[in-house]
Design a protein around this ligand. Structure first.
Ligand code: 5AD
Ligand code: SF4
Length: 472
């Protein structure tokens, strides 16, 4: 036995190269770093050159039809790579893999591996099966997997900011959304492993972390296992449980010299306790992504969002009362099933009232298998969806521009991330409220926290001049 082991370790191991491309949300980009780490353990090294790769993995998104169309186009393009290199292995990971399962292998002949978001530990085995001449698939979802023990390999990193996944899956069942089907049930990751990862990142020189979850406000740790609500916990579990506000506070204390952000909040669950932690710790950024989706209570009910327009407005009021300077951004869907013109106007008026700093805006895309696809006809004509979308984009642009102009003459604190895209003489970073800010480089460098006086602003960018180093 020992002899065999010796022979195996001495056999030359050919280093194989891995190219991963990520689509969709931050969670997917974070998952790719877990995948890279798992495969690195097996002798793979990450490359940024797809032509050098032995394995190409696309970590896919399924949130809207156009996200999937993009992947189909990319797969078509990869046929050329496969022609040039017959041994090339192509894998599809993530949400589209989970949604389509075996169908993906039937429809896309060049795909060798299909792996869902909870199956990444199996990737080395799946790839080995392909090397044995099979095509392989694992799309099992888990109630427990959080990859808590895996130290992600940071990919395409600026060395300044990094993501930390604090939970996986989603239990909300918004009627338009495919995520509960592609990412499975919600489960939280042990707080110690999250804090450890933050400390490790700090020790590696990172200056900012973003705690990621589909719905961070329902984070709850009580010792592990499938999700339970707080009221279902035993008194002992309740006493030792950690909610999102507790986790945010633990992290803020553990790395007081790092900036901390988080995403995404759900209006039905966001608590005053979380906002109070934000106010108490200067290293937690004043910024909340709070998707409203619609400004009309009937549409919100059809969307199964579990809050009304008034409830949403109360949450914005609560945030602004505690943190007057807090940046708030939003997600909006236009043209959801049966949305009337008046209901669309309600969305515009909510945006006007809330004065979001920026928004991510989409037209409704029906996703097979979702509650809405089963219950409500997708009955808003494409041209109407598009016109409504253009109206909300125009309004948001106006508001963003007005709000950004208010920064002129003010001092903001910017964490330098890297070179400005437009000029090699300028740095780019974000202020506390997550707004992109540009200023001349002088002697500053990436990772510096800099006080910047703003003298110009556009819809998307603040422009200023450095005044000196900043402290939290
Ligand atoms: N169609 C359009 N937009 C969607 N989103 C989620 N599902 C859909 C869909 N079927 C949007 C929501 C969500 C964001 C991540 O994507 O606004 O908050
Ligand atoms: Fe992320 Fe949702 Fe897209 Fe999956 S479907 S990658 S969870 S945005």
């Amino acid at each position: 036995m020992e002899q065999e082991t010796l022979i195996q370790t001495e056999a030359p191991v050919r280093e194989r190269r891995l190219y991963i491309e990520s689509y969709g949300c931050a969670m997917n980009f974070s998952d790719s770093e877990i995948v890279a780490s798992i495969l690195q353990e097996q002798g793979f090294s990450a490359t940024s050159e797809e032509t050098e790769a032995d394995v190409i993995l696309l970590n896919t998104c399924a949130i809207r039809d156009n996200a999937e169309q993009r992947i189909r186009e990319r797969l078509k393009h990869l046929r050329g790579n496969k022609k040039k290199n017959g041994d090339l292995i192509i894998g599809v990971l993530g949400c589209m893999a989970e949604r389509l399962k075996e169908k993906l292998l039937d429809e896309e002949k060049l795909v060798d591996v299909v792996a869902g978001p909870d199956a990444y530990r199996e990737l080395p085995q799946l790839i080995a099966e392909v090397e044995d001449g099979k095509r392989s698939i694992n799309v099992l979802l888990s109630l427990e997997e959080t990859y808590a023990d895996i130290a992600p390999t940071r990919l395409n990193s600026n060395g300044v900011s990094a993501f930390i996944s604090i939970m996986r899956g989603c239990d909300n069942m918004c009627s338009f959304c495919v995520v509960p089907f592609t990412r499975g049930r919600e489960r939280s990751r042990a707080p110690e492993s999250i804090v450890d990862e933050a400390v490790q990142l700090r020790n590696q020189g990172f200056r900012e972390i973003t705690l990621l979850g589909q719905n961070v406000d329902s984070y709850l740790w009580f010792g592990g296992g499938p999700k339970k609500e707080y009221k279902q916990l035993t008194p002992e579990e309740q006493a030792s449980s950690v909610d999102f506000a507790d986790l945010l506070e633990m992290t803020a204390r553990a790395v007081p010299d790092m900036r901390i952000r988080y995403s995404t909040s759900h209006p039905k669950d966001i608590t005053e306790k979380v906002v109070r932690v934000m106010a108490a710790y200067p290293n937690v950024c004043n910024y909340i992504h709070l998707p409203a989706q619609s400004g009309n209570s009937r549409v919100l009910d059809l969307m199964n969002r579990n809050y009304t327009r008034e409830w949403y407005m109360d949450k914005v009021r609560m945030i602004r009362d505690i943190l007057p300077d807090c940046g708030i951004s939003c997600d909006i869907i236009t043209g959801f099933c049966s949305e009337t013109e008046e209901e669309h106007q309600d969305t515009l008026s909510l945006m006007e009232w809330s004065r979001f700093d920026f928004s991510y805006m989409y037209k409704y895309s029906e996703r097979p298998g979702t509650l809405a696809a089963r219950k409500y006809p997708d009955d808003i004509p494409e041209d109407v969806k598009l016109r409504r979308l253009q109206e909300i984009i125009a309004l948001q642009n106006r508001i963003s521009n007005e709000k950004n102009q208010e920064y002129i003459g003010r001092e903001v604190v910017v964490l330098v991330e890297g070179r400005s895209k437009r000029s090699e003489h300028d740095w780019m970073g974000k202020n506390d409220q997550h707004l992109v800010t540009i200023f001349p480089k002088e002697h500053y460098k990436p990772g510096d926290l800099v006080r910047v006086k703003i003298h110009k602003a556009s819809t998307t960018t603040l422009i200023g001049t450095a005044l000196g180093y900043a402290q939290f």
